[in-house]
Design a protein around this ligand. Structure first.
Ligand code: ZN
Length: 378
């Protein structure tokens, strides 16, 4: 297939599902123009809607210690979400952080700076390192690109756990159109199951070494996508889409209010993710995650396309940085550098793993058929 890059953003044919129209503009850009830009309007004009949502959140928390839940990664979006929730809106979130063993100091510093200044109690969930290490090794052995599943699942499972345990009806999520509207292509996740699905995670463990986790908390697609939202009525809110923000305005506010320190690239607050996105995916698969990140900034008018192309002309990490990370990751996983390089250079095959996506599809079907929508989503 001939290489093609969008004339408007910087997404290209490394996403094998991406189509382009006759003027060379990709379908992501067209979707943004036709549907999203109008509705979102750069976060402007949503004041009334936001006011109503915030009133609902506050009301739901009356007589309780918390009115919502917020998981903090240390990254820009969740930190800014916390700032808005507490400082601007006076919400009372239960704030937690999952320490899966790969935190870089910049993430930990940022989290503490913000929580301290806001007077928020931070709940840290420290994962069992042997569980995380063994799970990570099993995922390297799949040969797939979806290597963050053990960390992603750990985070989602904690959200679900706390939502159920605390009886809180709202989950705050830092997802936002301004920096994330162009998502990572699904074609880059080929072969991987849904990371919020215990069946998938367990089948990977079973097929690659048979490790049995000791203290890892799981969730299921059914619990996450059906039971909590539709039966328990727990809603996830992406409130950053209701206010005007840009990546730079978020950085500036957090830096001046809390001394927040920005890192070089999105997700580079985590050693493993930095390694995977900065080196593993580009060199093993030809996937450069920055294309989606920069395209989000380009289509929302925060960056010129030329500037994005200039950034992309250089690799995400220098050769020295990559080498250093490689050694650090091998050491942390307690394997030799040869073994890690072996996983990197394995032939790319897409083996099938069991997953439970049927359960949550059936859940959605059931609730539509039974007309539960109004009753349980009020
Ligand atoms: Zn495009």
């Amino acid at each position: 297939m001939e290489y093609q890059v969008c004339n408007n953003c910087v997404m290209d044919s490394s996403d094998t599902n991406l189509s382009f129209d006759e003027s060379g503009v990709c379908m992501r850009c067209r979707e943004y123009e036709q549907r999203i830009e109008r509705e979102w309007n750069y976060g402007k004009g949503h004041e009334d809607e936001l006011k109503k949502i915030l009133a609902d959140v506050r009301r739901s928390g009356r007589g309780k210690e918390y009115d919502c839940i917020l998981g903090l990664s240390g990254g820009l979006d969740s930190c800014y979400m916390l700032h808005m929730a507490v400082k601007e809106w006076g919400l009372r979130p239960f704030v937690f952080h999952v320490d899966a063993g790969w935190n870089l100091p910049v993430a930990v510093d940022n989290i503490h700076k913000i929580c301290n200044k806001l007077g928020i109690e931070l709940h840290i969930e420290t994962m069992d390192w042997e569980d995380m290490r063994q799970m990570q090794l099993a995922f390297f052995k799949t040969g797939h690109a979806g290597l963050d599943a053990p960390q992603d699942h750990a985070f989602v499972a904690q959200v679900d756990k706390f939502a159920a345990k605390l009886g809180v009806k709202y989950i705050l999520n830092g997802y936002n159109i301004a920096t994330e509207i162009v998502a990572n292509p699904e074609s880059w996740n080929k072969g991987a199951g849904p990371s919020a699905d215990r069946t998938y995670i367990k089948d990977v463990l079973r097929k690659h070494g048979g490790y049995k986790t000791r203290n890892y908390t799981y969730t299921t697609g059914f619990r996450h996508k059906f039971w909590l939202p539709y039966v328990k009525g727990v809603k996830t809110l992406n409130l950053l889409n209701y206010v005007p923000i840009t990546r730079q305005s978020m950085i500036d506010t957090l830096a001046s209010e809390y001394g927040y320190e920005m890192y070089k690239q999105k997700h580079f607050e985590d050693l493993l993710t930095k390694f995977i996105e900065g080196w593993w995916l580009p060199t093993r698969f030809g996937y450069d995650i920055r294309k989606a990140q920069l395209s989000s900034l380009v289509v929302t008018g925060q960056m010129k396309r030329e500037e994005a192309l200039t950034i992309l002309s250089q690799p995400p990490l220098t050769e020295e940085e990559s080498k250093e990370l490689f050694v650090q990751v091998a050491n942390k996983l307690q394997i030799s550098e040869e073994e890690l390089m072996h996983y990197h250079n394995m032939p790319i095959v897409y083996r099938k793993y069991r997953n439970n996506s049927w359960a949550f599809k059936m859940g959605i079907w059931l609730y539509t058929m039974l007309g539960l929508d109004k009753r349980i989503r009020k």
